[in-house]
Design a protein around this ligand. Structure first.
Ligand SMILES: [Zn+2]
Length: 266
């Protein structure tokens, strides 16, 4: 199972790369998430902490899509949930940490770039609130940063290994709310298909994998996921369910022109 920005847009979190995305509309915002800029400029760090503080004022809540995936886990049907999202909403919804791979990190934690010590975001934001512009690591004085993967920063190898192993052993690879363009998400469905899994895609826009999927669904995620897992009560006879998805092509394939996968470490 793989989720991307699309599952969080219904919680009010913008899709950074979409046409209405933060980075599309404001290229300066993308600069804030480049590691080199962050390391070299106390001013960029101060701006980054300030904007975290503002974001924290209106924290997003998990939506019915996140909750449906908790239900999938509760029924023992979830092996691993890999997410490209850094919002921490899967954990907040109740997905267990041991089944979750936050492949691009999480905004809920802060990491010291020197000694790698982790602390909760809330603790560091308290220090910013009390007047520290660029809080330093308590243990070693190193630069602190949200525990997310910035542009120019490598993914955590153990996370990539867990995600790849999960793709190899699953029988159904469900890709939700992701255009499957950014590495490693762009490769995981391929790994799953090569190992004999079926691919089910739920995304509003076409993906490069649509023609390889057993089924492609364009409906809003917050509505279709609960229906699919039956979390919204018993589904009407003949309607789609996750169980039938394992065995049959249960929805009409509405595949569009495939787009080539793009590789890009972020
Ligand atoms: Zn440190």
């Amino acid at each position: 199972m793989l989720t991307g920005a699309g599952i969080s847009t219904e919680s009010g979190i913008p899709d950074f790369r979409g046409p209405e995305g933060v980075w599309t509309k404001n290229p300066e915002a993308e600069k804030l998430s480049t590691l080199d800029h962050y390391l070299s400029s106390p001013e960029v760090r101060a701006r980054s902490w300030r904007s975290r503080l503002e974001q924290a004022a209106h924290l997003a809540e998990p939506n019915s899509g996140h909750l449906a995936l908790v239900e999938v886990e509760r029924r023992g049907q979830l092996d691993t949930l890999i997410t490209q999202n850094i919002d921490g909403l899967h954990l907040q919804a109740g997905t267990s940490a041991q089944r979750l791979v936050e492949i691009h990190g999480s905004l809920r934690e802060v990491v010291c770039l020197s000694c790698e010590r982790r602390s909760p975001m809330g603790h560091i934001l308290d220090r910013v609130r009390q007047g520290e512009r660029d809080p330093e690591c308590d243990s070693c004085g190193g630069i602190l940063k949200s525990a997310t993967i910035s542009f120019g920063q490598k993914l955590i190898p153990a996370d990539v290994r867990r995600a790849t192993a999960a793709a190899q052993r699953c029988d159904l690879f469900l890709a939700v709310g992701t255009k499957l363009q950014v590495f490693p998400a762009a490769e995981l469905p391929q790994v799953a298909l090569r190992h004999g899994a079926r691919l089910l895609i739920i995304n509003a826009e076409p993906t490069g994998y649509d023609r390889l999927a057993s089924a492609v669904i364009r409906d809003p995620i917050g509505r279709i996921l609960p229906a699919l897992v039956g979390a919204a009560g018993p589904s009407p006879a003949g309607s789609a369910s996750l169980a039938t998805a394992r065995n049959a092509d249960f929805v009409s394939r509405r595949s569009a022109t495939p787009t080539p996968a793009r590789r890009c470490d972020r």
